[in-house]
Design a protein around this ligand. Sequence first.
Ligand SMILES: Cc1cc2nc3c(=O)[nH]c(=O)nc-3n(C[C@H](O)[C@H](O)[C@H](O)COP(=O)(O)OP(=O)(O)OC[C@H]3O[C@@H](n4cnc5c(N)ncnc54)[C@H](O)[C@@H]3O)c2cc1C
Length: 428
Amino acid sequence: MIQGDRVQEFDLTVIGDGMAGTAAVLFALNRGLSVAWAGTGNPLSLASGCLDFLACHPLSARKTWTDPWAAVEALTRDLPAHPYARLRREEIEAAWDETLKCLNQGGLPYFRRPEKNIEVLTPMGNLRPTYALPETMRKGMEALEKGRPCLILKIEGLKGFSSQWLVEGLKERGWAVRAERVDFPGLEGRRDLLPEHLAQALITTQNRTRLVERIQPLIKGVEMVGLPAVLDLYRHKETVAELEDRLGLPLFEIPTLPPSLPGLRLRQVFERHFKKTGACTLFPYRVIGMEKKGAVGFQVHFKEDAVKGPRSRGVVLAGGRFFGGGLMAERKAIREPLLGLPVHQPLTREGWHQRDYFDRTGHPVNRAGLLTDDHFRPLDAQGNPAFETLFAAGSILAHQDWKREKSGSGLALATAYKAVQSFIERIK
Ligand SMILES: Cc1cc2nc3c(=O)[nH]c(=O)nc-3n(C[C@H](O)[C@H](O)[C@H](O)COP(=O)(O)OP(=O)(O)OC[C@H]3O[C@@H](n4cnc5c(N)ncnc54)[C@H](O)[C@@H]3O)c2cc1C
């Protein structure tokens, strides 16, 4: 991928490099479109690497669903304005299949049971529902389901991963687990370590050998070993296989807090796929404005004056919410910063939050966002599509609360899929 220093023309510009933007690029490239991709954040590194579909609805009842499809049905019935309510089952399925196929072919296989959510361990020792797991985490899920005795490794100096909490939480559930501390080879005595540091250390054969030697005396009486997700950024499959072979026991990874290696692996596999197509140009810049060019088409502008923004026939807005900058919370109102599109939101700022911060239904501000038609085209003040070929996908959309619903990735993938399909229908 190259960065642009002159006006280039594309079929589609995708603004945002989170799950929604990345998925929109994938679906567009797979359909032969040329894509300009603008993004500054690499937010995938924040995500755990587990891909959620939909697990919680209604939030007021704290109902958790095993069958995500049944959850979508109930949610669509109860919340007809929710983005999932604009999607057919075939579209959601196709979005998942195409994404997981790309990851699988890119050497990052995921496990799922198509009709079921799965319980995954969190770094805090809780279990939470998700839909698709990196293969490196799958054995942990199976060990949990079968109650097999496990050793959980505590890596000295690694930030945000408490094997003690984890083990306490799991013991309460009757799982025979114990925790042991290990000094990570090559990083002894270091503090504030991040997963990337550990992955880096494991590149050398000498460190892998020393890690095996340190784990070996600890494995008596256990059938599996779990450790934070630190087993290599690029060669994780090979690293896991090698360590399992030398230990003579299955290994599994447990999600960590950000920055997360499984999240970075996702980004790396997608980028490699995009590069192979040769039709994607990454602009690692923030888009600060956009204008309509001619009957069909847009020109975007970057903060960096010297870099000419691309021109394209369509745009997908996938800039996320307040953290990413897709929406801006100002003193009196929430604003969409690029085109000034109307944002669905409470009438006044007083209505943004519930009185109780921990209110189980979440806060109205979490459901603020762009309203769209059935093709995911943002609406203007009159309720009509603002532009024929402008689309929105992911968490920028109104009427969803992905964090509480546990729907982050699923919603991003499915809405990006529909946005790209809708664009193609319009330019045929
Ligand atoms: C800490 C954390 C943990 C998570 N864990 C999970 C999980 O376990 N499972 C799961 O399914 N989901 C998880 N998610 C959610 C998921 O990864 C996505 O954040 C969510 O699905 C929404 O994605 P998005 O692409 O809509 O927006 P975002 O993820 O917010 O991405 C938007 C991106 O667009 C960029 N951007 C915005 N405006 C512009 C502009 N004008 N020009 C250029 N770039 C711009 C932003 O900088 C940002 O990088 C997690 C998210 C976070 C933050």
